[in-house]
Ligand binder design. Structure first.
Ligand SMILES: [Zn+2]
Length: 487
């Protein structure tokens, strides 16, 4: 630990002021293992997030919450007052930018004897204590919440994190869902028309949310009104759609689509009625009949690329539907509450006995779409979506998404680029985060091993730097043991 003399304390205070940051509270300090004004990371392998190949034996100098210098160790001077960490055998990459990173979670799936979800429908639990800690512990230093069920909680969490009162990532708080009738969960409001959609956007933008997400039952008129109102304030709108097809939403000016078309674009669904969401089995089935290389899907890809509209990959939540997947990780189960663990394992058991190859075909098709979309010049974003049957957790799910992108055919370095620079670019923050370069914010992840060759090494997070403060990943994970699902 860095010695704390009087001049050191003064230097710390000064550096935080220069970096326009708040000194960390006692709550935060217990998770810090590096809090020096100047830090030197020596002999690290660097994956800088630009998509460039990994560089061996690099040194990074962090000062005042920023990257001051970065280069070959032999050519990079280490300031005398720096706290040095020898990172031989480790890799440094930019902090991950999670773009479908809710602060709520499927804490417990409830089914009746017939396997249906009884009224009032599916419910989700805000996990305000554990989610921000897990995201940060896993190297996710920036998130978009991509739909809020407790918007005041989300906004207050952001304020507390930014004020240095609790550990967590930087946050783009998305407003409550823009949904129509009948909402998928009673935790969502159903909009009553374009006027209300405009008032809704204005109210929540004034309250501090910085993005919006439309949902599966919204009408074209309400979506169009909401997009115009959000754009007038410089805010972006994404959608997990169903009632509105992707081509319809493109024409209305949407900025991003969640989950990929295989799971949410209803343009090929037989007998699709305007403004009505068809049964998912019908829309998913329609995508099994079209070819990614065929003219219909290629036309969609060209329209997305031409309009610079992004797609957010959330493969982990769909992997849950495939029998035998994902691998059961002790670290994931250990973080769950007793109830959430029992619920997830029971739900997973039900998947196993269902004789159904559709889930696997859909996952492969979505992977093929995402690869084709990026190869055509599309902007792919990524996040875990910690919902479904409860097997995807904040943070650990981000690691799984990186692994699934590699399974889809991206190189590990490309997958990291998607998870860092692409998210930062979409958020308009690429000048500050998303890649490693002198002058950028010192938001970076130190992992043991080499994820540029073996993406699973991303799970070996050792230290996470946010604004130059180094958090102990293991301590953060230990602090949420058995909490995920109840707080
Ligand atoms: Zn979601």
């Amino acid at each position: 630990m860095f010695p704390r003399g009087r001049s050191t304390v003064l230097a710390l205070v000064l550096s935080w002021h220069l970096g326009a940051q708040t000194a960390p509270s006692a709550e935060i300090r217990q998770y810090l293992k590096v809090e020096a004004p100047v830090v030197a990371l020596l002999h690290a392998r660097v994956v800088d997030g630009t998509g460039a190949p990994a560089r061996e034996d690099q040194t990074l100098i962090l000062r005042g919450g920023r990257i001051e210098a970065m280069g070959a160790s032999a050519a990079t001077a280490v300031p005398k007052d720096a706290q040095s960490l020898d990172l031989t055998g480790h890799t440094v990459l930019p902090g991950l930018v999670g773009m479908h990173n809710h602060l709520f979670y499927t804490h417990s799936a409830h089914f009746d004897e017939k396997g249906a979800v009884p009224a009032p429908g599916r419910m989700f639990a805000e996990i305000a204590y554990s989610a921000p800690r897990l995201y940060l512990a896993c190297g996710v230093t920036t998130i978009r919440t991509t739909g809020s069920l407790e918007p005041y909680t989300d906004l207050n969490l952001k304020r507390q994190i930014d004020a240095g009162l609790m550990p967590g990532p930087k946050m783009d708080v998305t407003g409550p869902y823009l949904e129509g009738f009948e909402p998928m969960t009673p935790q969502m409001h159903a909009l009553g028309g374009p006027d209300e959609a405009r008032r809704f956007v204005a109210y929540w933008a004034d309250a501090g949310v910085t993005s919006f997400k439309a949902y599966m039952n919204i009408t074209r008129a309400d979506l169009g009104a909401a997009i115009q109102a959000a754009h007038a304030r410089g805010l972006k709108v994404t959608g997990h759609l169903g009632s509105v097809t992707w081509p319809e939403a493109l024409a209305l000016g949407i900025d991003d689509f969640e989950h990929g078309p295989v799971y949410t674009d209803t343009e090929f669904t037989p007998d699709k009625k305007p403004d009505q969401g068809p049964p998912v089995a019908a829309s998913w089935g329609s995508w099994l009949k079209v070819d990614i290389a065929g003219p219909e899907v290629q036309a969609l890809i060209h329209a997305l690329v031409a309009k610079r509209v992004a797609v957010t990959s959330t493969l982990p939540v769909f992997e849950l539907g495939v029998p035998g997947r994902p691998p059961l990780q002790p670290r994931v189960l250990a973080a769950m509450s007793t109830e959430s663990k029992a619920s997830y394992l029971a739900a997973r058991g039900r998947v196993k006995v269902a004789p159904n190859g559709m889930a696997e075909q859909l996952l492969k098709k979505e992977m093929a779409f995402e690869l084709a979309f990026v190869r055509a010049g599309g902007l792919l974003l990524a996040g875990p979506d910690p919902t479904g049957m409860g097997g995807v957790l904040p943070g650990f799910g981000d690691h799984r998404e990186l692994e699934l992108l590699v399974e889809a055919g991206f190189s590990p370095v490309e997958a990291i680029h998607i998870y860092t620079a692409n998210g930062a670019a979409f958020l308009g923050r690429l000048d500050r985060i998303g890649t490693l370069a002198p002058g950028k914010q010192a938001d970076l992840v130190v992992v043991r091993g080499d994820p540029s060759r073996k993406i699973e090494d991303i799970e070996n997070v050792v230290t996470v730097f946010k604004d130059g403060l180094g958090y102990d990943s293991a301590k953060l994970i230990e602090s949420v043991r058995a909490h995920v699902g109840i707080r």
